[in-house]
Design a protein around this ligand. Structure first.
Ligand SMILES: CC(C)(COP(=O)(O)OP(=O)(O)OC[C@H]1O[C@@H](n2cnc3c(N)ncnc32)[C@H](O)[C@@H]1OP(=O)(O)O)[C@@H](O)C(=O)NCCC(=O)NCCS
Length: 218
């Protein structure tokens, strides 16, 4: 799946044109979810010790995150938005917010990394995968600039790969602009291999079955 070359003006990890334009991948500031959906996978909540020793809290995104997601989107820096979205006039509509936050936690999973568990914690990053077939999911991640280069994105992608494997998917894909060295290095470090390059967008893919990189990160 390739991205429209006109999209190259804006994205980071596009995954696919469809998902890039449908998925919010900005960091979220949120309180711990007080209202959990019936299908909320609480077993996916996890305390994470980052490589530098910082302890953070990982949890699935919930519908109540919509308002803070919208606030973060409004406040996100231009570069992050530019790196994320293909369309400079991308608007985070109510419909998209619902799409981003009302998940089935199987074909569409989103994880947020928070500074700590509980109310008042700050969102540091968000990542998700969306199934694009019965065997493959597409993933993307954004870490707030002040929290980058701490290993957060790597933890998120490896965790998503492990979840996808549990659900029964075989592969995880992601795409990024050729000039996005951070995304390229991130995906390489998570075991993704180059699949194609078209109009300045690199697509990579990896198996999500158990391997050393999965067990090492989570
Ligand atoms: C790309 C992005 C998600 C990386 O997040 P991060 O939390 O800083 O990444 P990590 O700390 O987990 O680093 C993962 C790997 O990428 C490398 N990396 C991270 N940022 C880098 C940069 N700016 N340049 C080169 N390598 C970089 C790290 O060194 C690490 O490699 P290693 O395992 O060999 O040490 C973050 O820069 C971001 O949100 N960018 C905007 C959105 C984006 O590009 N998303 C695409 C992700 S698929």
């Amino acid at each position: 799946m390739s991205c429209d070359p006109r999209c190259s003006t804006l994205a980071i990890v596009c995954i696919s044109h469809t998902i890039v334009n449908q998925e919010a991948l900005i960091a979220v500031v949120s309180q711990h979810p007080r209202r959990l959906p019936a299908n909320y996978p609480s077993h996916l909540e996890q305390e994470i010790v980052l490589p530098g020793g910082d302890v953070v809290w990982l949890r699935p995104v919930v519908p109540d995150d919509a308002s803070v997601l919208a606030a973060e989107f409004a406040e996100a820096d231009e570069d992050t938005l530019y790196m994320r979205f293909f369309n400079p006039t991308f608007a985070l509509t109510d419909e998209r917010l619902r799409y981003f936050t009302q998940l089935d936690y199987e074909s569409h999973v989103a994880l947020a990394v928070m500074t700590e568990a509980g109310e008042g914690s700050e969102g540091m990053a968000i990542a998700r995968y969306v199934a694009r077939s019965t065997t493959d999911v597409e993933c993307a991640v954004v870490v707030k600039p002040e929290y980058r280069k701490r290993g957060i994105a790597r933890v998120l992608l490896i965790r998503l790969a492990a979840i996808a494997a549990t659900v029964g998917y075989q592969t995880m894909s992601a795409s990024y602009l050729e000039e996005n060295a951070a995304a390229g290095r991130l995906l390489e470090s998570c075991g993704f291999l180059p699949k194609s390059t078209e109009a300045g967008v690199v697509e990579m893919s990896r198996s999500v079955q158990s391997d050393s990189s999965t067990t090492r990160a989570v």
